[in-house]
Design a protein around this ligand. Structure first.
Ligand SMILES: CC(C)(COP(=O)(O)OP(=O)(O)OC[C@H]1O[C@@H](n2cnc3c(N)ncnc32)[C@H](O)[C@@H]1OP(=O)(O)O)[C@@H](O)C(=O)NCCC(=O)NCCS
Length: 184
């Protein structure tokens, strides 16, 4: 299923043919540094996950849905984004990942922009939020660039590699997204 597209990317459902690229970037320590999974990320888990995603439905309250970023020019899966639909069904939390060779070329912000269009237009979400470690500069820069508002700075709110770490919370409302589109 194609959820959205941008100039260079198709945002589509994952399937079992995507195991190899997904498994590779999930196991890159640079990519995984501030993410919610531990490495090594086993091949069995990657396989189960891809197969489960073939039949998953996006937008189910209480569930995460993972979306592949496919580079249109080559058909390569270069990363992904994900969203958790909150129990209300009209709010979501997002996450995003790019394989290392594709970072710092604008793909991350382009892909997340496509995800926002899907969430705000197709799913008619009221609000989208995102959390990132305060040391993850590419991540908070991406959110800032897309017009997310900084809503919170949680100090020493989680443990990371045996030490306390801090997070930023960002959010965007549907009306804020619409106002930005009107200006573009
Ligand atoms: C976060 C991530 C998706 C950004 O993707 P990207 O394609 O590199 O980002 P973009 O090229 O669209 O750039 C977005 C902003 O981040 C900045 N940026 C990107 N990489 C950077 C880096 N290594 N250091 C500092 N800033 C960086 C860009 O300059 C741009 O900001 P600007 O417009 O103010 O210049 C990517 O770094 C990644 O996959 N990281 C590992 C996974 C991760 O941590 N995900 C987020 C978890 S919360």
């Amino acid at each position: 299923m194609i959820l959205a597209q941008t100039e260079r990317l198709l945002l589509r459902s994952f399937n079992r043919h995507d195991i190899e690229p997904f498994f590779a970037y999930r196991n890159d320590p640079v990519v995984a540094r501030y993410q919610g999974w531990d490495i090594p990320f086993p091949l069995e888990r990657a396989t189960e996950f891809m197969i489960a995603m073939e039949t998953a439905t996006p937008g189910v309250p209480g569930e995460w849905y993972q979306v592949a970023f496919e580079e249109k020019a080559t058909g390569t899966v270069i990363g992904d984004c994900a969203f958790e639909t909150r129990p209300s069904g009209i709010q979501a939390q997002i996450g995003y990942t790019l394989a290392r060779p594709y970072q710092q070329q604008g793909y991350g912000s382009e892909g997340v922009r496509g995800l926002l269009e899907y969430l705000f237009v197709t799913l008619n979400m009221h609000r989208v939020s995102a959390y990132c470690d305060t040391r993850n500069e590419p991540s908070w820069r991406l959110l800032h660039k897309l017009g997310f508002r900084l809503e919170g700075h949680y100090v020493d709110n989680y443990r990371d590699q045996g030490a306390w770490a801090s997070e930023y919370q960002y959010a965007m409302l549907q009306r804020e997204w619409e106002a930005r589109q009107a200006k573009i």
